[in-house]
Design a binder for this molecule. Structure first.
Ligand code: RUQ
Ligand code: CUA
Length: 765
């Protein structure tokens, strides 16, 4: 039977390679059958074994991909390629309540341009914060090309905290990339425009239109960009493209390439040749080299001009102070990638077959000796191309971006036209291997591949077209991210992942263990500001108060009720719900949706979220929790009553359908006492083990203790009513006491199972 599967690589050998013991023959038989039925080759099965992640398993790397036009960030694991999260950034995201709660609306409002809401983003390049050039896993930055903006995402909770709008540019592309210690985040222009934002006719393009490169100052302590300490360097109206920061010997410099240095303006409607013809006449364009450390000093010394209230160093000043240079680069280049050791950078020409490797040593020598080939029309010194080059290598047609391997000198370049990835050695200038991808690759990403310590192992090809790779779903196809094994000499294609959210341009991947996100907030937390919310509420202290004409509801959420459950206001009043999730258990998020008022919140454990709106229509509006959080989740509900203007609150007692008797009370109390016996036995088990050595169990125990305290509180209320012979309310509170017990038991059992499965030992008392 085994023989059937090829002679060169026998099935047994494959099984051994996959670590199967000989005792698992039955499993092999099954595998053979499945392979036959599904038409899988041994190569397929090997690829599956390299990517498959069993239940509960974790990935070695986490990738952050731009979400393209969706204005979001896509998070997925490598090698499993399982999507883990979409982070709302420039665009509202209902599940996370992003753009629905007051707190996140404030973040999105920072991205308004001249008072206009911009609710999409053309996100291109994410960047992970770095310490000494290594990814530190603390922050993520991403740019918006269409409306020049940069967003800051804090990786302690994977939430967007800040959006800054570029004060002088109208479009950008060369961002976000960070300096080796994340002092600055770079953002470079794309299409030249007047920096003052005025109307200027195109006939004055050469004189009045400009590009620029902006250096956003990042305040790591605050976790925010400091706009007041950010500045720009004015650049000629060449379409600046991608950027990168120098490191090691080139630290202190940044590099931004360009296209259309012809400064050609189209006008196809008037019979002029289009942009694409006029912008590709010359054989070379320019890399812009800026000494940003010196530029920052010049700004601090008051040498900048104010444009739109923002510090801009003019081209003249930059030239005079010797901080701006141009280096020719072959035809319509795209990628700009500095090597891990900072000694080289690689640029590829989209209309060329070469990748050009530049030597920083040669470049710095030319600058030192003032050995310039020419000056551009704006007086910027131009270095000689040949004198700056280390080597040029023919890598394929339409090379774009380059990423670095863990093996020194080895790189991977995306080849757009040929639909290939070329692996080559830039020190020796020779091609090592090529692999076909599907289809038309843009960026590519190796693990931590743009840091000082690339990790190798995997490469992801971010393809522009998927064409026939997936089940057809209409004319708009998903994107195709292909995972490639780069651990051997030959690249091996492992997996195709469809991404149906937008066109990711760049992505970055970090070793998973460098990320340390929290799984709950301190109770009463405003996550967008990272401080205690002024609107937090504590259990038992919920209240409804009118302040300055606004009805503030200080409420809480906990399995399985919203407090308060009934809120009544008068038509036309402004209502502000502030809800604190009191849960301390992992993954116990509650939602909050109100009928007709477009309110949809997400309150993760500990978070306080608010929704403020004008109750402008009278009526009855149910609200409820939108997350299936517990067995009685459907009962996690309430009513917003908006009485017509000028009418009085009814204030009457609520009549229910059911009346409970002493019998009902006695029965419920017996159930509760039996349940308590079960809980006590679970508690005895947990406390007899070394549970304090297990952080997840400690969290569960805290949560269960909370629930038992609530139970005790409800028990007391039920007994008080029973003592007054009010068995109706006594029974209702006994039922509530039971609900808390059920939750405590559920959590206790989870803790017990965890201890059993993770080798907890008995401790002597
Ligand atoms: S860019 S590939 Cu921003 Cu290369 Cu799109
Ligand atoms: Cu909370 Cu459902």
């Amino acid at each position: 039977m085994i023989q059937k599967f090829g002679k060169t690589l026998g099935f047994a050998a494959l099984a051994l390679g996959m670590g199967l013991a000989s005792s698992q023959v039955a499993a092999q038989d099954n595998l053979e059958k499945v392979m036959k039925e599904r038409g899988l080759t041994q190569k397929d099965v090997l690829a599956a074994a390299k990517t498959y992640t069993p239940t509960g398993g974790r990935d070695e790397f986490v990738a952050f991909a731009s979400g393209g036009q969706s204005g979001q960030v896509i998070v997925y694991g490598i090698p499993s390629m399982r999507i883990l999260k979409y982070i709302g950034v420039f665009t509202p995201e209902p599940w996370q309540g992003y753009g629905f709660d007051d707190e996140s609306k404030e973040v999105l409002a920072q991205g308004r341009i001249k008072g206009k809401d911009i609710t999409f983003g053309d996100t291109h390049h994410p960047a992970i914060s770095e310490t000494n050039g290594e990814y530190d896993g603390k922050f993520l930055f991403i740019n918006d090309k269409a409306n020049p903006r940069i967003a800051v995402i804090d990786l302690h909770d994977f939430e967007t905290k800040q959006i800054v709008v570029n004060p002088i540019l109208k479009s950008e592309h060369g961002g976000a990339f960070v300096s080796p210690n994340t002092d600055y985040v770079i953002e470079a222009a794309q299409y030249a425009t007047p920096l003052t934002h005025d109307y200027v006719p195109l006939s004055e393009f050469n004189d009045k239109y400009r590009g620029a490169v902006t250096y956003w100052k990042f305040d790591r302590k605050k976790g925010r960009i400091d706009e007041s300490k950010s500045f720009s360097v004015e650049l000629p109206p060449y379409s600046q493209d991608l950027s990168d920061f120098g490191k090691g010997p080139s630290d202190g410099w940044s590099f931004t390439n360009s296209f259309c240095t012809e400064r050609y303006i189209g006008g196809i409607e008037n019979g002029r040749p289009p942009f694409e013809a006029g912008c590709s006449q010359k054989d070379t364009d320019f890399v812009h080299m800026v000494n940003w450390k010196k530029a920052a000093e010049l700004v601090a010394a008051g040498k900048a001009d104010k444009i739109n209230g923002h510090d801009v160093l003019s081209i003249d000043t930059a030239v005079k102070e010797g901080i701006l240079f141009l280096i020719p680069e072959p035809k319509s280049p795209h990628g700009m990638d500095v090597s891990p050791d900072g000694k080289f950078f690689i640029v590829s020409g989209k209309l060329d077959t070469h990748a050009s490797v530049y030597s920083m040593e040669k470049i710095f020598k030319l600058i030192e000796n003032k050995d310039f080939a020419a000056k551009d029309p704006y007086g910027i010194p131009i270095l000689d191309l040949q004198k700056s080059l280390h080597t040029q290598v023919s890598v394929g047609l339409g090379p774009l971006h380059t990423q670095y391997d863990s093996t020194p000198c080895v790189v991977y370049t995306s080849i757009y036209v040929d639909s290939q990835v070329t692996k080559w050695n830039y020190c020796e200038g020779k091609v090592l291997d090529k692999i076909s991808i599907h289809y038309n690759i843009g960026h590519l990403m190796t693990m931590e591949g743009d840091s000082v310590k690339p990790q190798g192992k995997y490469l992801v090809s971010l393809n522009k077209l998927a064409i026939d790779r997936f089940q057809p779903v209409g004319p708009l196809h998903p994107q195709n991210h292909q995972l490639i094994d780069i651990s051997g000499d030959k690249m091996e294609l492992l997996y195709d992942m469809p991404l149906p959210l937008g066109e990711p341009h760049y992505a970055v991947a970090i070793k998973a263990d460098r990320l340390k996100p929290v799984n709950r907030y301190k109770v009463g937390w405003n996550s967008r500001k990272d401080e205690k919310s002024a609107y937090r509420a504590r259990p038992g202290r919920e209240k409804i108060v009118e302040e300055n004409g606004v009805v503030h509801v200080y409420g809480t959420l906990i399995r399985s009720h919203i407090t308060p459950e009934i809120v009544e206001v008068e038509e036309g009043q402004t209502v502000s719900f502030h809800l604190t999730n009191l849960e301390r258990a992992e993954d116990e998020t509650h939602g909050f949706a109100v009928n007709e008022y477009n309110v949809n919140l997400s309150a993760e454990p500990g978070k306080t979220v608010s929704a403020t709106f004008v109750a402008d229509r009278a009526g009855v509006f149910p609200y409820y929790c939108t997350e299936f959080c517990s067995a009685l989740h459907l009962e996690m509900q309430g009513y917003l009553l908006v009485r017509p203007k000028g009418t009085k609150a009814s204030g009457g007692a609520v009549d229910e359908g059911q009346t409970y008797t002493q019998d009902d009370y006695t029965k419920q109390v017996k159930t509760n006492n039996d349940t308590q016996a079960v809980i006590d036995s679970v508690v005895a088990f947990i406390t007899s083990r070394n549970f304090k050595d297990f952080a997840p169990v400690v969290a569960l125990v805290e949560d269960a203790t909370d629930q038992l305290n609530f139970a005790a509180d409800a028990k007391k209320k039920s007994e008080d009513y029973a003592a007054k012979k009010d068995f109706h309310n006594g029974t209702l509170w006994a039922q509530q006491w039971f609900q808390y017990q059920v939750k405590a038991a559920d959590i206790g059992l989870r803790a017990k199972t965890y201890l059993e499965q993770n080798g907890a030992v008995e401790v002597k008392k």
